[in-house]
Write a protein that binds this ligand. Structure first.
Ligand SMILES: [Zn+2]
Ligand SMILES: [Zn+2]
Length: 269
């Protein structure tokens, strides 16, 4: 199994020109079974650059609806047209999108904004299946691949948001999405082989208004409490140096394998 870091950046680029990173996305490849965590703007170009055909990405787990995490209409449209050009290969027709229940319920309005001529439908080539996920939901993606979701606080607690835990025969991956500190992050990552954890807040930031992100140190606390074997910080601004971020992370007492994630990283498990 391997995990490909397609996007470790944030919503805006250009903060640090020499370290330009793309918005969130990670591909989990379990012996050719593909699961995409977050579907950001332009993710399919990055899948192609990493050597993957986006037409074959059949399982997409979206943490929440912020635009930097969920550019779904474009991905769905591209997958549909991709299937036509793939000579109608059945495997290209799978498009299961896992997302917070409220966002699944609200998506028809988003689709209608883009495709009013479809009268609420998609296309014969591809009709996505929206799978509503709640706190402590689990879905069997394949007989031995299970996706667990946990509700997390984000957007002042007003935004339906999830973190995910993916259990496979070859290892466990946890992905925080965007979240403030909470027990759900620990539960999702318990004894994980790899924890992809956000660190959007700068070192020392105190989230007095409870918007819901983590500092590197808080991400380290999540890694420590969950006993994750490997911890990679993602969705960070790059305004603090990697060395300073890792120093702050270690202040948490996390002693496992830790680093900042970079676009193009590949983690073998
Ligand atoms: Zn967000
Ligand atoms: Zn975000």
């Amino acid at each position: 199994m391997k995990v490909v870091a397609l996007g470790t950046g944030v919503c805006a680029n250009g903060y640090v020109p020499k370290a330009d990173r793309q918005p969130p996305g990670f591909l989990v490849d379990v012996g050719g079974f593909l699961v995409l965590f977050d579907c950001s703007e332009g993710i399919r170009y990055r899948l192609t650059a990493a050597g993957y055909d986006y037409g074959r990405v059949g399982h997409i787990a979206v943490t929440h609806g912020h635009p930097d995490h969920a550019a779904l209409p474009q991905f769905i449209q591209a997958k549909s047209c991709r299937r036509i050009w793939a000579n109608d290969q059945p495997s290209f027709a799978t498009c299961n999108i896992y997302l917070p229940r409220k966002l699944a319920e609200g998506f028809p309005a988003v689709w209608d904004w883009h495709q009013p001529e479809n009268n609420g439908a998609y296309w014969p080539e591809l009709t996505p299946t929206f799978v509503s996920m709640d706190d402590k939901s689990e879905q069997m993606l394949a007989p031995d691949i299970i996706l667990h979701s946990f509700a997390v606080p984000h957007g002042f607690g007003k935004h339906p948001a999830l973190c995910y835990r993916l259990e496979t025969p070859e290892g466990v991956i946890a992905y925080s999405g965007d979240s403030g500190m909470c027990d759900a992050l620990v539960e999702a990552g318990m004894d994980a082989d790899l924890y992809l954890c956000e660190a959007s807040f700068r070192i020392g930031f105190v989230d007095a208004k409870k918007y819901g992100h983590l500092t590197p140190r808080e991400a380290g606390e999540v890694g420590k409490r969950s006993r994750a074997k490997r911890l990679r910080l993602t969705h960070y601004l790059d305004l603090d140096t990697p060395e300073a971020m890792l120093h702050d992370l270690r202040e948490s007492g996390y002693h496992g394998d830790a680093d900042v994630a970079r676009d193009g990283d590949v983690y073998e498990i």
